[in-house]
Write a new protein. Structure first.
Length: 225
């Protein structure tokens, strides 16, 4: 899951990005409003954490432009502005949640998880696909009752594919979801860890299919509703 963190306080941005990355998210950061607006218009994210008081372009204007482009990704506003009228105004122009600074990291992470689940239409933080079970909060997976040993990147790929079961995902989408712009990655690297992930799942009848020239999809197991 890829998050854009828009925060012009370097210390706060660094602390939040470290915490979110530790929780398994891919995080891109910027403290400039114009840059944030440009990235949101041209790149794919699963959620944006947005400060309001930014240089270049105010967070409220970024939010307004985002909704004018009919982009539906969740927006969590993180602001020091306490006034009730301000919170109501920001929610009315399209924010999904509003948190007043300072905020405890566990609360912020819980709100991020809830917004991503809501955006994906998943009420339960646990995903079940045949004999596969995923805990999207604890970042753990089981086949039957046996823990599935996964690297952080394999887990991220599995969660990404499982939340989009039977939908073809191309390599570029996977790269954007799993790697920040600061990391160098090639399509061959995607192929390698998808292959490793496939070998761990196939004995339990969970299949990651390759669609030549298009990408991959996790096939819905037979018998699942």
């Amino acid at each position: 899951m890829r998050i854009l963190l828009v925060e012009d306080d370097p210390l706060l941005a660094d602390g939040l990005s470290r915490a979110l990355r530790h929780s398994g998210y891919v995080v891109d950061t910027t403290g400039d409003g114009n840059e944030a607006d440009r990235w949101l218009a041209t790149q794919a994210f699963d959620l944006v954490v947005l400060d309001l008081g930014l240089p270049g372009l105010d967070g409220s204007e970024i939010l307004r432009r985002l909704r004018e482009r009919q982009q539906k990704l969740p927006v969590l506003v993180l602001s020091a502005r306490l006034a009730l009228e301000e919170r109501v105004r920001v929610l009315d122009i399209g924010a999904d949640d509003y948190v007043v600074k300072p905020v405890a990291v566990p609360e912020l992470e819980a709100r991020v998880r809830a917004l991503i689940r809501r955006a994906q239409g998943v009420a339960d933080p646990e995903l079940r696909l045949g004999r596969l079970r995923l805990d999207t909060v604890g970042k753990r997976a089981w086949l039957d009752n046996n823990p599935l040993e996964l690297t952080a990147r394999e887990w991220a790929a599995l969660e990404f594919l499982a939340s989009r079961v039977n939908r073809i995902i191309d390599k570029d989408q996977i790269m954007q979801a799993l790697y920040s712009w600061e990391e160098e990655i090639t399509p061959n690297a995607i192929e390698k860890f998808i292959s490793r992930l496939r070998s761990k799942l196939e004995p339990a009848g969970i299949n990651i299919r390759t669609v030549r020239g298009l990408g991959y999809y996790l096939e819905k197991p037979e018998g699942d509703d």
